[in-house]
Design a protein around this ligand. Structure first.
Ligand code: GLP
Length: 263
């Protein structure tokens, strides 16, 4: 597990976008797991810029989004379908048939969830999974108490998530859908690499628990301690409750030095 601490949220997006660009240049048919929320918006902007200015080609890329609300149409301004087209899909050349977001209108959710898992496997598995984190440590919509080996399924949102997401629904907590389809924690753990982005003071408690606390279903992101290749890319504010800040910074500086010597 690597923890990269940067002074500002903007620098997180630079690092994350460069990791994705390098991976994409090595593997044009990269399979990306994507997240929504305010945190990855800068990352999508940076990737769009690379597409425009450096001709970064997404034409062979396949994507799988983590989650989608149940109970609002996909055309709803706050659906994750709308979010992804407004922030990313409209501006890059990922073929529509390669873009996967959980379907919230199916009449057979169980069958759909199985087919979502199968589609990930038949695409060759997720190469890089982008993650945000909830203030309570949830990833995707895997709320506290989620099975650490869960697969794609339906979850009811916790009251803290409903409260946090109300700002996207004009502050109306009652307008936030109470249920969602989400990749499971086991699904996320199968990704070859995870990049978890977090910024701001509000995330500092969740980051400290996820990185340095015990592994527990009560903090779903803590399972990433068991993942062979996870990078937490966080700003100073989100890092502020970590105990080993000095170590993470020194360790990243050493890795950077080593990499530049090898080039
Ligand atoms: C929602 C999403 C998560 C996201 C989290 C935090 O619950 N399902 O994938 O990580 O919100 O969002 P934000 O980045 O806006 O803080």
């Amino acid at each position: 597990m690597e923890v990269i601490i940067q002074p500002t949220p903007n620098q997180l997006t630079v690092i994350a976008s460069e990791i994705i660009r390098d991976a994409l240049l090595k593997k044009p048919n990269l399979v990306l797991g994507l997240a929504t929320g305010s945190t990855p918006i800068g990352l999508y902007k940076a990737l769009v810029k690379m597409h425009r200015e450096e001709n970064l080609d997404f034409s062979k890329v396949t994507t799988f989004n983590l989650d989608e609300y149940i109970g609002i149409p996909i055309e709803h301004p706050q659906s994750y379908h709308t979010f992804m087209s407004e922030h990313f899909f409209e501006y890059v050349n990922i073929p529509t048939e390669n873009q996967h977001i959980p379907q919230n209108t199916t009449d057979n959710y169980e069958k759909f969830c199985i087919s979502y898992e199968e589609a990930i496997v038949s695409a060759g598995g997720i190469d890089i999974q982008v993650l945000g984190i909830g203030t309570d440590g949830h990833i995707g919509f895997n709320e506290a108490g989620s099975s650490l080996s869960s697969r794609t399924r339906i979850k009811t949102l916790s009251s803290s998530t409903l409260k946090a997401n109300a700002m996207h629904f004009d502050g109306q907590i009652n307008a936030v859908p109470e249920m969602a389809i989400t990749m499971g924690i086991g699904t996320i753990m199968d990704a070859k690499r995870c990049l978890l982005l977090a910024s701001g003071d509000a995330k500092s408690g969740a980051i400290a628990k996820a990185v340095e606390g015990p592994i527990t279903a009560m903090v779903p992101a803590s399972i990433l301690q068991m993942h062979p290749k996870t990078t937490f890319i966080i700003d100073e504010a989100a890092a502020s409750k970590l105990e080993e800040i000095e170590y993470y910074k020194r360790s990243y500086a050493n890795m950077k030095k080593l990499m530049s010597q090898n080039l």
